[in-house]
Design a protein around this ligand. Structure first.
Ligand code: AHM
Ligand code: MG
Length: 337
């Protein structure tokens, strides 16, 4: 059977289902091209001088790695001239990036975490790019970067597409345009993303969970209770033994769940309470929640469906519990008990 490249997939999805406009197709192809460029840059490692600190902090007060900065630049440059975007927002930038006046503007907003899992860059463990696409509200004020922030403050359920790239042993692009989840593998010789999996379904139950256990003493009581249930195994209320995994790259942990089920949790903890949590709603939680729900899984803060949260600021953070539907429901049940 003929290989289905990303370009072909997008054209055929539009032909069959009419859900991918010309501009959205262009946007997704440009993002994929940028991810390919990031993958190549990462692949050079120590030979390309791309490892190590950038010597700057981002808006979150986190030290930026050289690859955080490079990946951000690659995504901005790739996307600003095509005419498909109204504006972009990035985990690495304080304010939205407006499309320069010399270029035409389009109807979409692109949001990204250019390089997720930064702490894994220098140790050669999987990292990734996460992105989310929204429609720019009609009449949105894009006259200044400050004014443009408001256009991005839409609940995650309004996303028209979301995806992530994992830069691991292979480079994968995982994408949803609201009609299930598809996986594309980068063919490095051809320089193309090729469809390798379609209609991913996450098993409803699992015996694997991912959480940073070192934060246990800082969690709220409901999460303490839930994890105690998991750790109690066969003898506990859930009646089965669990296994634990923690890559510390959300993309890699989520991709494992896409592949074989499980849950990923970054709950509220006392250290993070003032910030609202660890993970960012617009750059991480929303796109991942969208993909996970599109694959039949669940995504909640413990108290609310992630995709229903109406953001009040660009860099808002939230607790995240996502993955196999019934396992997420078990965690949520502990919050309402
Ligand atoms: P980043 O976007 O700065 O890389 O931070 C997000 C990452 C997630 O990928 C990962 O799940 C989490 O932070 C790891 O946190 P911890 O350092 O507590 O293990
Ligand atoms: Mg991140």
């Amino acid at each position: 059977m003929a290989r289905r490249t990303l370009a072909r997939y997008l054209i055929e999805e539009q032909r069959d289902k009419g859900i991918i406009t010309g501009d959205l197709k262009l946007l997704l192809e440009v993002v994929a091209r940028a991810c390919k460029a990031i993958s190549i840059t990462i692949g050079k490692g120590g030979l390309g001088g791309v490892l190590g600190e950038a010597g700057s902090d981002n808006i979150q007060g986190e030290a930026q790695k050289k690859l955080d900065v490079l990946s951000n630049e690659i995504l901005l440059e790739a996307n600003e001239w095509g005419g498909h975007l109204a504006a972009m927002a990035s985990e690495e930038m304080d304010l939205p990036h407006l499309v320069p006046h010399r270029f035409p503007k389009g109807e979409y907003l692109l949001i990204f975490d250019p390089l997720d899992g930064s702490s894994n860059i220098d140790v050669n463990v999987s990292i990734g790019t996460i992105f989310s696409v929204l429609k720019c509200p009609e009449g949105a004020d894009l006259s200044t970067q400050q004014a443009a922030e408001k256009a991005f403050l839409q609940p995650g359920r309004a996303q028209v597409a979301a995806g992530y790239a994992v830069y691991g042993p292979t480079t994968l692009l995982v994408l949803s345009v609201g009609d299930g989840v598809a996986v594309f593998t980068l063919d490095r010789e051809q320089g193309q993303f090729v469809l390798t999996q379609e209609n991913i379904r996450i098993p409803e139950e699992s015996n694997e969970f991912a959480i940073n256990m070192a934060n246990q003493r800082f969690w709220e009581a409901p999460m303490q209770g839930h994890i105690a249930n998991l750790l109690a195994g066969k003898q506990g209320p859930l009646g089965k033994d669990y296994n634990m995994r923690w890559v510390a790259s959300m993309v890699a942990d989520v991709h494992r769940i896409m592949t074989r089920g499980g849950t990923f949790m970054y709950p509220m903890d006392e250290k993070m309470r003032a910030k609202g949590g660890k993970l960012r709603l617009l750059y991480e939680a929303n796109p991942m929640a969208y993909l996970i729900e599109q694959a039949g899984g669940g995504a909640s803060t413990g108290r609310q469906r992630i995709l229903d949260i109406v953001p009040d600021r660009l860099h808002q953070r939230v607790p995240v519990i996502l993955g196999s539907r019934l396992e997420v429901e078990r965690a949520v049940a502990c919050h309402s008990a």
